[in-house]
Design a protein around this ligand. Structure first.
Ligand SMILES: *[C@@H]1O[C@H](CO)[C@@H](O)[C@H](O)[C@H]1NC(C)=O
Ligand SMILES: *[C@@H]1O[C@H](CO)[C@@H](O)[C@H](O)[C@H]1NC(C)=O
Ligand SMILES: *[C@@H]1O[C@H](CO)[C@@H](O)[C@H](O)[C@H]1NC(C)=O
Ligand SMILES: *[C@@H]1O[C@H](CO)[C@@H](O)[C@H](O)[C@H]1NC(C)=O
Ligand SMILES: *[C@@H]1O[C@H](CO)[C@@H](O)[C@H](O)[C@H]1NC(C)=O
Ligand SMILES: *[C@@H]1O[C@H](CO)[C@@H](O)[C@H](O)[C@H]1NC(C)=O
Ligand SMILES: *[C@@H]1O[C@H](CO)[C@@H](O)[C@H](O)[C@H]1NC(C)=O
Length: 365
């Protein structure tokens, strides 16, 4: 009895519902309990006892609608297909994806192959068929970031501005470079202009605004070598220290100097005190602790020259051979002498006559 009654009620309600649905498009709304699809409103169907959209459709609050593909209009997220976002009224791929052939394709990371920039994650560019940051940036694993300036901390070279290296966790120039204020540039070799030491290569000093070897060094090829002291081997002048000459393969003092205690000491002129002949200028000898010419010579101010013979011109007695005097700019014997062919010798006078002569002279006075 009860069963029959309820069957009748439901038959009536189906009949009424279907009539209502067909006639005035009413019925249960989304999520309402139902027994069959006729009870549900619009495109809703009765699934597992509730009014729902068919599987390929979605409930937007008032209707069962197709989920939209990329590029089509939307008013909310739910209207777009699963992998799409509703951005500014249209279904779009996530920013990590790009649209190709109506599909959202994942964008490429740094270093992956690409055909255009759209295929690369934002901030990356497609350059030479590779997704990469622009040259002023580095890839931190997620995004492109500005490369760091000199002295900023770093973990690898790519994080540092171009030309910089990452050394001891800080952006620095290479050993072989110096910082010119904008970039690292090669340190300079000998002869190139410089304004500070660090612009010159290790071997060189910035002297007189040019990269040079140090004072006691010389340049050979691209290296500085120590200049040699007196007595050491040499192949050219420049290998010897400043006051030395390279003579027959050995660094020696100039002939106006002699070597003492590894130093070149100026040799002495005529009449200066000495202890050995080596200390005197060449041509002089050290005689009785004085630098002097040998007795057959005279000192002309520079060197010893042979004293002049009888009748040769002269300026003073020393320029004339021994026994000669310089009279009227000519080497001659004294009045009281005569020339015996080799020396001037005393004239032969009667000693008594000579005494008398001088006695008379005194009287005349
Ligand atoms: C439908 O019902 C489910 C389960 O009760 C609930 O989670 C969901 O929010 C409901 N949807 C709407 C649109 O009311
Ligand atoms: C649901 O979609 C229909 C048809 O596109 C539209 O007319 C209606 O305004 C939408 N409802 C909401 C709440 O967005
Ligand atoms: C780039 O374009 C060429 C030609 O259209 C294609 O064969 C290739 O697969 C593309 N490469 C990528 C990474 O999309
Ligand atoms: C890269 O930099 C961005 C922006 O500062 C940051 O949010 C992100 O966590 C960084 N990625 C990694 C892997 O460090
Ligand atoms: C410095 O350079 C100038 C010009 O080249 C030169 O005349 C001068 O002698 C140099 N000075 C030194 C100490 O080398
Ligand atoms: C001394 O003689 C030498 C050799 O003849 C000459 O070169 C030099 O100039 C002379 N010195 C003086 C001061 O006259
Ligand atoms: C020196 O000159 C005088 C006068 O001209 C001359 O008589 C004499 O023979 C000369 N002596 C020598 C050694 O040449």
């Amino acid at each position: 009895m009860v069963l029959i009654f309820s069957l009748i009620i439901s038959a009536i309600s189906i009949l009424v519902g279907s009539v209502n649905y067909i006639s005035i498009n009413e019925g249960y709304t989304f999520n309402s309990t139902c027994r069959n699809s006729f009870e549900c409103r619009g495109k809703l169907i009765c699934l597992e006892g509730t009014c729902r959209c068919s599987v390929e459709l979605i409930w937007n609050g008032t209707n069962c609608i197709m989920r939209q593909m990329a590029g089509l209009q939307c008013t909310s997220q739910i209207e777009c297909q699963d992998d799409l976002l509703c951005v500014e009224g249209s279904c779009s791929c996530h920013e990590t994806h790009y649209l190709k052939d109506k599909q959202c394709i994942i964008r490429k990371q740094s270093s992956e192959v690409c055909n255009n920039t759209e295929e690369c994650l934002s901030t990356l560019l497609c350059h030479r068929h590779t997704c990469q940051c622009m040259s002023s940036d580095y890839w931190n694993g997620t995004t492109c970031r500005l490369r760091r300036e000199i002295n900023f901390p770093c973990k690898n070279r790519l994080q540092c501005k171009e030309t910089l290296d990452c050394r001891e966790n800080s952006c620095q120039c290479h050993d072989t470079d110096y910082w010119d204020g904008v970039y690292c540039v090669n340190r300079k070799a000998a002869g190139m202009p410089c304004s500070s030491q660090n612009e010159c290569q290790d071997d060189f000093r910035c002297l007189n605004e040019s990269c040079s070897c140090q004072m006691l060094e010389y340049l050979n090829g691209d290296k500085c070598f120590r200049r040699q002291m007196a007595g050491m081997h040499c192949t050219s002048q420049i290998e010897c220290q400043d006051d030395l000459l390279c003579v027959e393969g050995i660094c020696l003092c100039h002939e106006t100097h002699y070597l003492k205690d590894k130093q070149c000491i100026i040799r002495k002129q005529s009449n200066e005190l000495c202890s050995t002949t080596e200390e005197c200028l060449s041509t002089l000898v050290c005689h009785r602790h004085i630098c002097q010419c040998i007795s057959s010579d005279y000192w002309n101010g520079t060197t010893c020259k042979l004293r002049r013979e009888m009748n040769f011109s002269c300026k003073n007695r020393l320029q004339c051979r021994e026994t000669l005097d310089c009279r009227e700019n000519t080497c001659q014997c004294h009045d009281t002498d005569y020339w015996d062919g080799v020396y001037c010798v005393n004239r032969k006078v009667d000693e008594s006559n000579f005494l008398k002569y001088s006695y008379m002279k005194q009287i005349q006075k």
